[in-house]
Write a protein that binds this ligand. Structure first.
Ligand code: HEM
Length: 563
């Protein structure tokens, strides 16, 4: 018995010592890394690189903390770019114009970041060369795809997969999907009809975002699997519940605030379980596709699953199957949240811009015929899917919404010897050097889309700017200025689908229904960002809309040709 106790105590002491040693090593590592970073920033500051006041102890934590404290606590982290841009006079004393690059040291909460807010700088690492994605991004995707996905792959592997999948996102492929996609959007219209009041009255206020997410989920599911998922009518759909559960568990910046919750065994278990559940849902679709001899029909040449599987094999390599599952999951993730939030922002801007709304409805009357009902539009688009190409003003509304309410941007790795240069068009910063070693490069597309130096009448919602063809017109968009889908080889592969999907949603619902934003009944503190109750929320993941965008709906009283 005594021998047992002795052994047990010895074991306990060993474990305690090992934990202590680990902790001391981790703290030592953090301190040493922090010291190196702070010293590098102090050196850059001495060399005259434009920078906000940097403290040798706190880096930029204090200044960023103060800026972010002016926003509600749930406001999205990407507002930081806009806050720095808006306050550049105080933050960069002695400068005559806003710097095109913000260097931010918020270690240990993030890796040091270089935010670029001028297209001539951002293009240096996304278009002239395409720098690799940062390891933070790969860590983010790992639990979902084990990095077997287009967004985290690099080099030849990425090239091969991008080439393989691209035909599935071509204009022809998307057009051939339209008849199926409008079936899904008709269900969205049915939901809106249920939420509308009786006999043309307003219905009760409800959040639009959840039903927008459901329709985009059904659309993307139909697009990649060729079958109906019914996320809109089945709240228990395993693929969706697993995805919804896994998203908030994934983290971009691992830091002292989220380290323990991320590595908490329960969180790790859920990450594992959600991924396993998604694979279990998707695998039978992949296997049944293999059994059906892909390549045997003419449409297979531009469908995602057959393209991903490649040449027919009776027993494909398990690695190939794992890669195909990874690609399906990234497309499901990237293709639904972004589009759903943008749909909400479109209704937000339209509920405040009656002229744009009238012009949009006018275009739909002209292109799709006078019957405004969702049913009639679905029938028309099924018979003539190419009509979606003629919705030019509708596309301009979508683009202008994305300019004002940008979703995600790109992040890349800086590195030793890779320097960014100030743009020639900004006399104060032309040719100025910005070393990038140890930093994440972040396209500040939120700030860039709101830069008065780049955009005429920057704060206004003006879809017309996207119809201007004369480069001398002040409204003509700046070169490389619109970056909502990013630019360069790693731009958004799904942008064509996203835009068509949003066009179809507008086409199907905007003439039958009136949709009005209404934050009036939202309980709790009345929080605002830049005076607006509708703002982007979230930590460092895909942004959502505050309160899911509360709206109310009524069926419009229109007969025949409207307006
Ligand atoms: C409003 C809708 C959308 C927006 C604003 C958007 C935006 C973006 C942006 C900014 C990137 C670059 C991200 C980065 O570099 O880290 C990206 C990449 C990507 N997007 Fe989208 N996206 C949208 C819709 C879609 C849709 C509908 C799909 C799929 C059907 C999709 C699939 C992807 C994929 C797979 C990538 C990675 C591409 C690569 O690295 O080669 N996106 N998207």
């Amino acid at each position: 018995m005594d021998g047992h106790n002795g052994l047990w105590q010895h074991l306990q002491a060993m474990v305690t010592r090992s934990i202590l040693l680990l902790l001391v090593t981790a703290v030592g590592y953090y301190l040493a890394k922090g010291f190196t970073i702070r010293r590098r920033f102090q050196r850059m500051q001495r060399q005259g690189v434009p920078m906000m006041q940097h403290s040798v102890i706190w880096g930029h934590l204090e200044v960023i903390g103060k800026l972010m404290a002016t926003l509600p606590s749930d406001a999205h982290g990407d507002y930081m770019q806009i806050l720095i841009q808006k306050n550049w006079r105080e933050l960069f004393p002695g400068r005559e114009s806003c710097p095109p690059v913000f260097i931010v040291d918020t270690w240990p909460f993030t890796t040091p970041i270089i935010i670029t807010i001028h297209p001539d700088v951002t293009s240096q690492y996304t278009q002239e060369v395409s720098r690799v994605k940062p390891r933070e991004q790969k860590r983010f995707w790992y639990p979902l795809t084990q990095n077997l996905d287009l967004a985290s792959m690099e080099g030849e592997t990425w090239k091969e997969w991008r080439k393989k999948l691209s035909p599935g996102f071509s204009a022809n492929s998307i057009a051939s999907h339209i008849p199926g996609l409008v079936d899904e959007i008709e269900v969205f219209a049915d939901t809106l009809r249920e939420k509308a009041g009786r006999d043309g009255a307003w219905g009760k206020v409800f959040p639009l975002e959840p039903i927008a997410k459901d329709v985009t989920f059904d659309v993307i599911g139909r697009f990649i699997l060729g079958t109906r998922l019914h996320a809109q009518t089945n709240p228990h759909l395993l693929l969706k519940t697993a995805l919804v559960d896994i998203i908030p568990r994934m983290v971009f910046y691992l830091n002292p605030l989220n380290f323990f919750s991320y590595f908490n065994p329960y969180n790790q278990f859920r990450l594992w379980l959600d991924n396993r559940r998604m694979n279990a849902f998707l695998l039978p679709h992949v296997l049944s596709h293999i059994a059906s001899k892909p390549g045997s029909t003419s449409t297979d040449k531009n469908r995602i699953l057959p393209l991903a599987l490649g040449k027919h094999q009776v027993n494909p390599d398990p690695n190939l199957i794992a890669n195909v599952l990874g690609q399906l999951k990234i497309i499901l993730f990237a293709g639904h949240d972004t589009t759903a939030s943008t749909i909400c922002w479109i209704f937000h801007v339209l509920s405040r811009n009656s002229k744009a709304l009238s012009r949009l409805r006018y275009e739909l009357d002209q292109v799709l015929g006078p019957d405004p009902s969702a049913k009639a539009v679905v029938v028309t688009l099924k018979a003539q899917p190419h009509l979606a190409n003629q919705l030019i003003y509708t596309a301009a509304v979508i683009k202008e919404t994305l300019r004002l309410h940008t979703n995600v941007g790109t992040m890349r790795s800086g590195g030793p010897g890779f320097t960014l240069y100030g743009p020639a068009s900004t006399p104060e910063y032309a040719g100025m050097e910005f070393p990038t070693e140890g930093c994440v490069l972040w396209d500040g597309s939120w700030a860039q889309h709101k830069s008065p130096e780049l955009w005429h009448r920057v704060e206004e919602f003006l879809p017309e700017r996207w119809l201007v063809t004369d480069p001398e017109d002040p409204l003509y968009p700046p070169k490389n200025g619109f970056r909502a889908f990013e630019l360069g080889p790693r731009d958004c592969i799904g942008q064509g689908l996203g835009v068509v999907e949003m066009k179809l949603v507008l086409a199907v619902v905007i003439r039958e229904f009136e949709i009005e934003e209404d934050y009036g009944e939202v309980k709790g503190k009345e929080e605002r960002v830049f005076g607006e109750r509708a703002y982007q929320v979230g930590g460092d993941g895909t942004p959502g809309v505050k309160g899911g965008l509360p709206v109310r709906v009524k069926v419009r009283n229109v007969t025949g040709a409207c307006l």
